[in-house]
Design a protein around this ligand. Structure first.
Ligand SMILES: Nc1ncnc2c1ncn2[C@@H]1O[C@H](COP(=O)(O)OP(=O)(O)OP(=O)(O)O)[C@@H](O)[C@H]1O
Length: 522
């Protein structure tokens, strides 16, 4: 179309309409790109297969001969990393779904808005560069870690592993505490797997999920006719688990009457079925877990003191994920490799920028939340790596702009110490965080700013976007922005009003008034 620009990215336009090729080519030529063209799906596919590979393809959906969706499949088959933007005159749900299903980077409606075309091309090429920068995948977790299912090389997790090792040789009762999703059940299973009971059952019972009137029958069984609905005899979990290990999850939610019966199992090793008179001997190891504070429940008479001491012989306290951010890269790697093994994704890497965002998020749902985010992001990632734009917008906005300190290495090969910008022992203070962000905000704004279509925005673009998209007839822009910022900063500092006021640059009294006015009290 024009003289080749050395080292400029090449964009291939595939459309059977010469006018569209011409006008799109003209728009794109205003950016620093080399433009090549194909007049049909067949020709375009042949060009990609023959090479050299274009950096980006704009592909029309409706063409005579090979359709755009067919061409997309051939192109991605020849080069799974090829970024393709589909062009369509009709914005139907079906088109959008088909386009994304077959791996398009994005799709754009005709007639084209020149600014949008250029932004889209830049976003796509930026994603390309970020994916290239991720490099090759080199696993860092050895197969032993995979077998165990528990990942973590941080100091608090090493302590947990040591205690697991110490308690496996005996039958001592173990109490595992920690927030939801920190891996309490995983630890209980690990203790059982390494114990002499591993050939006998491991049964997990979630005490909070079973109604009070059914839990005793569930745990100890019942005799026929012992209550309405007991149409036959039922063997309970303790009997089924004889010789094995029972995991009583959420024990803090157990009714006091049932607690008494658990105490009896622990003291005498025997149970009675509901409605029965026989005493049945059982040999079961009990591991209990809770995310409640039993130390407060005991004086409040909500948990039996004698049972508390019986259960609490050895305590394993699971650290929240935010206190062991150096484990995050490895857990991410582990989750991704599992998804790949289960053929749920082909994405096997995470870009350093995305890892940086993940390491700075507070993870109130702990490893379970991280697992879900990785799954969700792997599903929507278009290339072979998860980029910041693939992470949920809530996470990107909660952490704010990146620190830019993470070196450009493959996610899976990230050594924990180099990848985690947050300290293990203590989270960076508000002052430290502010310092880092102020000095890096302009270069890194694109990393974590929410992007509406496929790519990251610069701060400038983000302001344009806000100005254009906020409805004019509702509240003023500044009010809306202030409310959002107050909300996000409060989340980012875990509700600490002193820190939030400092970051927002307002007094605590003003902050309190804003929280009140914006209805942000939880
Ligand atoms: N260290 C870890 N490495 C790998 N996966 C982990 C780790 N910790 C937790 N997980 C995964 O996170 C999810 C939640 O773990 P688990 O159910 O053991 O947590 P929990 O503390 O028992 O949660 P809850 O209190 O809600 O029952 C599981 O899918 C588990 O495999």
């Amino acid at each position: 179309m024009s003289n080749p620009k050395p080292s400029a990215p090449t964009i291939l336009i595939i459309d059977d309409d010469a006018e569209i090729r011409y006008s799109l080519g003209r728009v794109l030529s205003t950016g620093n790109y080399n433009i090549i063209e194909a007049g049909s799906g067949e020709e375009g596919v042949a060009m990609v297969k023959k090479g050299p590979l274009p950096d980006l393809v704009f592909l029309d959906i409706r063409m005579g001969g090979m359709s755009g969706i067919e061409a997309l499949q051939h192109i991605r088959g020849a080069n799974p990393k090829q970024l393709v933007v589909l062009m369509t005159a009709f914005g139907t749900a079906q088109t959008a779904i088909e386009a994304m299903k077959f791996g398009a980077f994005d799709y754009i409606m005709k007639p084209f808005d020149p600014t949008k075309v250029l932004t889209l091309a830049e976003n796509a090429l930026q994603a390309n560069r970020e994916m290239d920068a991720v490099g090759d995948y080199k696993p860092t977790i050895n197969s032993e870690d995979y077998k165990e299912g528990i990942v973590g090389s941080s100091a608090p997790m090493q302590e947990v592993f040591k205690i697991i090792g110490q308690v496996t040789a005996s039958d001592v009762t173990v109490m595992i505490t920690g927030e939801s999703g920190t891996g309490k059940e995983l630890v209980a299973r690990s203790i059982w797997k390494h114990s002499h009971r591993s050939s006998k059952p491991f049964i997990a019972v979630n005490c909070a999920a079973i109604p009070d009137n059914l839990i005793e029958s569930e745990l100890f069984g019942h005799e026929k006719g012992s209550f309405t609905g007991a149409t036959g005899q039922r063997i309970g979990k303790f009997e089924l688990c004889d010789g094995g290990t029972i995991f009583l999850d959420e024990i803090g939610d157990m009714a006091l009457a049932t607690q008494t019966k658990i105490l009896r199992v622990l003291q005498q090793g025997e149970i009675q079925r509901v409605g029965g008179t026989d005493t049945i001997k059982v040999d079961v190891r009990i591991i209990a877990a809770t995310n409640k504070n039993l130390e407060e429940m005991v004086p409040a008479k909500e948990f039996r003191e004698d049972l508390y001491y019986r259960l609490n012989v050895v305590r394993i306290k699971m650290p929240p994920l935010r206190e062991r951010a150096d484990d995050i890269p490895q857990i991410v790697d582990f989750c991704l490799q599992n998804l790949v093994k289960q053929r749920k994704t082909r994405v096997s890497k995470v870009s350093p920028e995305a890892i940086d965002v993940l390491c700075r998020y507070r993870w109130h749902g702990n490893v379970r939340e991280l697992e879900n985010v990785i799954y969700r992001s792997a599903v929507i990632a278009q290339g072979d790596a998860i980029l910041p734009k693939d992470l949920p917008v809530e996470i990107r906005s909660a952490v704010g702009p990146g620190t830019g300190t993470t070196p450009p290495i493959a996610a899976a090969s990230i050594a924990p110490a180099s990848a985690a910008p947050i300290k293990t022992e203590a989270v960076a203070t508000a002052d430290e965080t502010d310092d880092v962000e102020e000095s890096t905000v302009s270069e890194n704004a694109a990393v974590a700013t929410p992007a509406p279509i496929g790519g990251a925005l610069t701060l400038e673009q983000a302001f344009d976007f806000i100005q254009e998209t906020l409805p004019h007839d509702e509240e003023p822009i500044l009010t809306r922005i202030e409310r959002e910022m107050v909300k996000r900063v409060l989340v980012a500092v875990d509700g600490n009003q002193a820190k939030a006021a400092e970051r927002l640059g307002m007094t605590r009294t003003t902050l309190r008034k804003r929280i009140e006015a914006y209805g942000l009290k939880d």
